[in-house]
Design a binder for this molecule. Structure first.
Ligand code: PMP
Length: 399
């Protein structure tokens, strides 16, 4: 008799599942959650909304989540209506449904690494071929480079992420325009962190009206502080939303989820009240990390990628031992930290000061050589460079 692993699909054998460590330490800054608990008035509104649903749990929920999609369309603005909006259990599920409907065996999706690690995993799960697109030396992506890779691979889906996880930087609009111009299939812009973007950073939502292949995914997990509620959504042409009905499970969004999300959306102003405080901590992290000699790009998200660490695993471990959990995203020399409360920033910086000192120049040769996901960039010293509105990038110092 063969073992169960021999029965597994060949293309899934030996793969690793998504696995951000869930370690119970006092300061958890590793999954870009919102550190602030929901305010009491919102908790009470959720309790009332959920209570109303309880006796009716003998019935299936609204399969089409019409009321929730109407509320989400109103929140997004841009003249969007509910037939252009779709919701599921997190934007991960929305993206999985996109791959189920538009990808699949014999089809390919292209993303530009390093980016959100779930995109290739969702592709794998749906049997969609994954093309690891390249970025420039400092993780930057130019319109010409992006368009050339789309032209070369002609993928059925392109995944872009703005602000990009893990680098934190928003995608310059010309890159999106170049990809839209070239792409033969759907162009998915993952805007999970859009609410944290700095002033002047546009959303791909503004381009939807003119681009029927464009899909913008969003989530309530980050700015809304609703990660445990599991609600993600997308905006796209009505034809895209209609196509997803072919692959979504019936009644995929529970009555409780729909009611809770609607109650949360009704308090969007209060919930998004933490965004400014989080942006302040993010900017403080950028400043403080640079002051300590780390390589840091300006961030449009609620996290900061910092490099020049040498052995990032040792730094990560040292931080965990001091009760601070950050994220090792698999890039040699780099770690990612979520912006949380002022006290969490204090704790992170205090712990970092105990575990890491930059090597003195010029022998600070800890080469931020790219890790497995960013192979082939070679050695050199990276430094942060502001390059105009919303387009801060990392660039390689000569030598
Ligand atoms: N997109 C990006 C870029 C993310 O970082 C995350 C969460 N880590 C998600 C999507 C998924 O969020 P959720 O499924 O909670 O909506």
């Amino acid at each position: 008799m063969t073992g169960v692993t021999d029965l597994l699909r060949e293309d899934l054998r030996g793969r690793q599942p998504y696995g951000a460590p869930q370690i119970d330490v006092p300061v958890r800054l590793n999954t870009n959650e919102n550190s602030y608990p929901l305010p009491e008035p919102v908790v009470e509104a959720l309790q009332r909304a959920l209570a109303k649903e309880l006796a009716g749990l003998n019935r299936y929920p609204d399969r089409d989540a019409v009321a929730l999609r109407t509320d989400l369309a109103a929140y997004l603005g841009h003249g969007l209506t509910r037939d252009q909006v779709w919701a599921a259990n997190g934007s991960n599920e929305v993206q999985q449904q996109l791959l189920q409907a538009f990808g699949g065996p014999g089809r390919t999706a292209l993303g530009f690494t390093p980016s959100y690690s779930m995109h290739p995993l969702l592709a794998a799960g749906t049997g969609t071929g994954w093309v690891d697109g390249r970025r420039g030396a400092g993780f930057d992506l130019t319109p010409a480079e992006a368009a050339a890779q789309v032209r070369a691979h002609r993928p059925h889906l392109v995944f872009l992420c703005s602000p990009n996880n893990p680098t934190g930087t928003a995608l310059p609009l010309p890159v999106l325009e170049a990809v839209l111009e070239e792409a033969p299939g759907l162009v998915v812009v993952d805007e999970a962190y859009a609410e944290f973007a700095r002033a002047g950073t546009g959303s791909a939502l503004a381009l939807l009206a003119d681009h029927p292949y464009l899909v913008v995914t969003r989530t309530m997990s980050k700015a809304f502080g609703f990660a445990g509620g599991r609600v993600g959504y997308l905006a796209a042409a009505p034809e895209v939303v209609a196509a997803l009905q072919l692959v979504r499970l019936p009644y995929h969004l529970s009555s409780l989820t729909q009611a809770a999300a609607r109650a949360a959306l009704a308090h969007a102003g209060v919930l998004l009240g933490t965004v400014e405080a989080i942006k302040q901590q993010r900017d403080r992290l950028v400043t403080e990390l640079r002051r300590r000699g780390a390589t840091v790009a300006d961030s449009d998200a609620n996290f900061v990628l910092f490099g020049g660490l040498g052995d990032q695993r040792a730094v990560w471990q040292g931080l965990v031992e001091r009760g601070v959990l950050v994220r090792d995203v698999g890039l040699a020399g780099w770690l990612r930290v979520t912006a949380g409360t002022p006290a969490e920033t204090d704790a992170f910086l205090a712990a970092l000061d105990q575990v890491w000192r930059p090597a003195p120049a010029p022998s600070s040769a800890a080469p931020p050589s790219a890790g497995s996901t960013a192979a082939g960039r070679g050695a050199g010293t990276l430094e942060a460079e502001a390059s105009g509105a919303g387009g801060s990038q990392l660039r390689r110092k000569p030598g």
